[in-house]
Structure formats: C-alpha cells, structure tokens
Design a protein around this ligand. Structure first.
Ligand SMILES: *Cc1c(COP(=O)(O)O)cnc(C)c1O
Length: 390
C-alpha cells in the first residue's frame, strides 16, 4: 500500500477563470536527504557483512555424489530472510513507499519479521509484525529484541488483511513479502544466493550442481535460484520441497494458482495455505511433497552429521536432497546437490527438538530416522513415496 499522497488542490469555483494546473512538483528535499541516508545505511550494513558459508556435508566419497548446504543461519538476523528483508527495504525505499516516522508493517510467519525489524531499526522507522498466534515464542522475542512489536492473530489466513488494515490506519507501509519477494531481489546476480552458490562451488569436483533443492515460504528464494540458473545457461535443476498442508505443491501440480488448503503448515517458514503471488511456478523443474515427520527426522539426523541444529524447513529440503542423491546413485550418476540451511534449530527447542511437542502433534519420526540411517549406510533412501495427494 502506498503512503497517502498530498491531497489535490480544491477544484476552482469557475474553471474557466482559473488556469488548469498542468505542472505539479512534489519534490521534497528533506525527504530525499532522509531517503539517501536510509539507503546508505542499508548498503553499509551489507558492506559489513560476509558471505554465508557453503558447508560440505560428509557423505561416503565413493558415492560420487557430493552434498552441500548453503548456511543461511549465519546472517546477522539468523536466517535467509536477512537477504529478503534487505531487498524488500531497498525496493520499498526506492519506490517511495517508506516514509520517515511511518511504520513498516509485515505479515510474517516470523523469520522475515525478525530481519525486517532489524532493518527498520537501522533506518529509524517503527516496525510491526502481524503473525499467527502459533508462532514460536522465540521469534516474538527476537522481533522485540530488534525493536519491533508483534500483533498476533488467531487464524493464520488473517495476517495479510490485518497487516494491510494496520498500514491503512497508521499511514504506514505494508511491506507484503508474499507479493514482492520475487521481484525485490536482483535475480541476475549482484551476489544473490544463486550467484554466491555458483561462485563457492567453482573449485569443487562437480562445480555445476545437478540439483539445487529449495523450499518455499514466499517462493522468492526458489524464484531467484531458478531464474539465475536459466539466465546463466546452467543445466542445474531446481527442486522445491513442500511440507504437508501447503498449497504450493497441488497448485504447481495442477497448474492452479487458486489452490488452497484448510490447515496451516507445521513447518515454520514454509508451506502456505494459498499459492503466494511471489511463487514463480514456471521456473521450477520439480516439486516433492515431504511428510512433516520426515522433515523433522532429517534435521535430527543432520545434527549428527554436522554437529549443529537447524529449523525444520532445512529438513524438508534435506529429505528431498537425500532422495535425489539416492536416485542419482541408483542410476550410477556422479554430481553435486546443493540444499539450504535456512535458520538455526535453537529457535525451535520447544517444537521440533521436543519429543513432547512431537507426541502432542501425533508426529512419529522414528520410522523416518531409520530410513535415513539406512540411507547414510547404503545410499538408498527407501520408504514411503512422496505423498502425491494434496
Ligand atoms: C522463508 C523461509 C524459507 C523459504 O524461503 P522463501 O524464499 O520465502 O520461499 C525457508 N525456511 C525458513 C526458515 C524460512 O523462514
């Protein structure tokens, strides 16, 4: 939503008597000075930041297939949403949508809001996150720690309308990541996540990945990866792994952008009840539905492989990556697969790392943990075919 423009001058009483105004100058030097400073602060923050690591996940060397994880948990605000928030702020600032002292409002499942609160404070504007009540407490605390405030709604589907309404009522700006994520990021390069992966892969034995596996919340990351590999004329396939209760998979399968689901995703950060406008289906090569229990089993197993914890969305992608590796092994193919470590597991100790929470949700990860243990020994990931239903 745009900030209200200055109101038009009243219509003249006798139109013929007063010349029609055909030249309107709304330039505002103090605002432009503020804007320049805000853009400079966002740039300087990027300049202080280092690139994220591309971790090599140890698999038996004789498999001939190498797995890497782009560790997005090391951004200053702890997730891949740091990139998105920076892009959204620059896009909105340069569009004239963010004004001094007016709040920025966002609908979020949490991670974007943590990062946006950081950038809002950086440029000195208030920030309000609109989130579902089920969001983990740790994310609410992180948003408040970054100086933002949280507005919780009972139904996850209400976040969009509530954020738009709050923006109207306060004269603020509804950032709307679910619309703008795909276009705010420079997909051709400019050190986006795709270009960074390709640069970091350059000296590996299989420098051009056979597959990059992403997950989708806004769909922005998969859009950037998919457009980039096409633009770079790489043969890399882009796979999106989708959790239960998400509309992306059935929407993509059926070519139906109006697909919806009745229940919210249990995997925080990914899986939406509608096909978000920022999801770009035509550029995606493959989608895989991953059971929630498999996603959580995969992050538990990752902890043993890497010695660190990740959020469950990392597990959704990891399960799909393991399945692709199993297929490559089966066909005798060599190559590399790249996945994403999206955010740290410390945010979810009371959720995905809590056996009590798993029991309360009726999620049994045991069978999937055993399938993964067999996979790591044999290179064969058996088990339930990915759920093809909606
Ligand atoms: C947002 C998010 C994703 C997916 O990224 P998008 O670019 O929004 O599709 C994955 N994992 C986590 C933890 C996220 O917050």
């Amino acid at each position: 939503m745009e900030t209200p423009k200055p109101t038009q001058p009243p219509a003249p009483a006798h139109p013929a008597a007063v010349a029609e105004v055909l030249d309107i100058d709304r330039s505002d030097l103090p605002y432009r000075r503020w804007l320049s400073e805000a853009v400079a602060k966002v740039h300087a923050d990027a300049n202080r930041s280092a690139d994220t690591h591309l971790l090599s996940v140890p698999l038996p060397a004789d498999w001939g297939v190498d797995l890497y994880l782009k560790d997005e948990s090391t951004h200053p605000t702890g997730s891949l949403k740091h990139r998105l928030a920076r892009s959204l702020f620059l896009y909105a600032l340069c569009n004239g949508w963010i004004r001094p002292d007016r709040p920025v409002i966002e609908a979020s499942s949490g991670s974007t809001a943590v990062s946006e609160a950081y950038f809002a404070r950086l440029i000195g504007v208030p920030f309000v996150a609109v989130m579902a009540r089920g969001t983990v407490r740790a994310k609410v605390e992180l948003i408040e720690f970054q100086g933002g405030s949280c507005h919780l709604v009972d139904d996850a589907c209400e976040v969009y309308e509530t954020a738009a309404r709050l923006a109207r009522e306060t004269g603020g700006h509804y950032m709307d990541q679910f619309t703008y994520a795909e276009r705010a990021t420079d997909w051709r390069g400019n050190n986006n996540i795709a270009e960074s992966i390709f640069r970091q892969m350059a000296e590996e034995r299989h420098p051009v990945p056979a597959w990059i596996v992403a997950t989708a919340g806004t769909g922005g990351t998969s859009a950037t990866l998919a457009r980039y590999v096409r633009y770079a004329q790489a043969t890399t396939g882009i796979c999106v792994a989708d959790p239960e209760n998400s509309a992306f998979f059935p929407g993509w399968r059926d070519g139906d952008p109006s697909a919806t689901t009745d229940t919210a995703s249990r995997i925080e950060g990914i899986g939406r009840q509608r096909v978000e406008p920022s999801f770009v289906p035509g550029a995606i090569d493959r989608m895989m539905r991953v059971p929630d229990a498999a996603s959580i089993a995969a992050v538990r197993v990752l902890e043993r492989l890497l010695g660190r914890r990740a959020g469950a969305s990392t597990g959704t992608g990891l399960w799909a990556a393991f399945r692709i590796i199993s297929e490559m092994r089966d066909r005798g193919e060599r190559g590399s697969v790249v996945g994403l470590l999206c955010d740290p597991g410390e945010r979810y100790v009371e959720k995905y790392y809590s056996d009590a929470w798993l029991a309360s949700q009726g999620i049994a990860i045991g069978p999937y943990v055993r399938l993964l243990e067999t996979f790591l020994r044999t290179g064969v990931l058996e088990g339930p075919e990915p759920d093809r239903s909606s």
